[in-house]
Design a protein around this ligand. Sequence first.
Ligand SMILES: [Zn+2]
Length: 469
Amino acid sequence: MRLIPQPKSIELYSETTKLREITDFEITSEIKNDESYELIITSDKITARASGEKGLHYARVSLKQILKLYDEIPCLKIKDEPRFPHRGFMIDCARHMFSLDELKKMISTAADFKFNKFHWHLSDDQGFRIELESLPELTEKGSVRHCDNFRNCKSEKEYHGFYTKDQIREIVEFCRYRFIDVIPEFDMPGHQSALLHVFPQYTCKGTAVEVKTKEGIFKDIICAGNLEAHACIEKILDELCELFPYDTVHIGGDEVPKNNWKSCGKCRKIMLDNGLKDENELQCWFINKMADYLKNKDKKCIVWNDCLKGKGLSQELTIQHWMGKPQKSAKTANNGQKIIMSPFMPFYVDYPYDMHPLRAVYSLEPENLRGLNKTGKRNIKGVESPIWTEFINNNSRLEYMCFPRWFAVAETGWTVKENKNYKEFLSVCRKLSDIYKKNGLNVAPEEDWNPRISERLYKTLSFFLPKRK
Ligand SMILES: [Zn+2]
């Protein structure tokens, strides 16, 4: 028998059962990991065993998939535990938003594959998408851009929108029921054009900033030396902490062009006062300060690995590795820092199947980070696959890009290396893709999963060229 993600062990028996749901729930201290479970199917009962609700939930998820795949349910014994504690998917709702129903469809599908972290990217250069009480003008003006000028998504219409607090609570509740933690991301000090449009005084030069209408990395960043800007961010973090009752917040830290910091009196002063050697160290100082603020609220932080460019980043931050020197991330993991693996190649599923085919996504081994030693391997907390939405403005495209590639990511996050097998995965992936397609999910058709090399180059190039009208 084969599931996605494949359980740690399955013993199959010759009998079958007509039962369709768990009849006996058993909480036991014999099972240590709170996500581990046993599922025992006999002809007259189906037993789930776990240390608590979480494990029982995963037993239910496995049974649900068995029911999808098999008309006759075989008697069996599954003993299962996850390989990694962090099995995440990220959706960018800053560049383009998705309705609550669209998000719930994504989340419930991810939950069927035992993902347990929804990283929700809610602010960026192209829009701020959270209702705030303390800074209503940020929600009102920061959530609007005057058109869409993205390479493959163009529109002259104004684009606007944000999630109300009640809507956010609804998503949090929807996730809680599926044992998925929601990790909100407030990306700083770069990717902040929406905030700086409303508060231009928080840039180094005080010049006007537009909410951006196209993709890219922009030089408008928050002045690291402006203490009023820090206070403003803290207000935002206060409200995020209230809305998201989890222990982790993502504070970004990626793609920060620091030229403006070089010539800014306030930034220079912080550097002098704190003995910081360069702007990269200034970024570490700034990120550490925000992380300290959150620590006082009992929150841990995740940051993108760009933060490792400077010296002095707090060891308590978890690093999300996506791009750049693997040796740097490996070295910090070897020294005890926790890492989440989100390598651009091939986990960024906003890029086409031609660039990141299903087979490549499946084959990524998170511990194969150059320079990682035994200690470093233990500090890999898990995997996460993001979908950025500069070029995705509808849920049909969103689903097409994520599925079935997220099925593959799910297996890498849950299943031990020795139990992974691409051919076997593929056979179940076909069946499940058909089933989800029939239920209305826009799973990519099989002919798109692993394009031939000859087609891949041409199609990859055409992805990067602007569409003709
Ligand atoms: Zn400055």
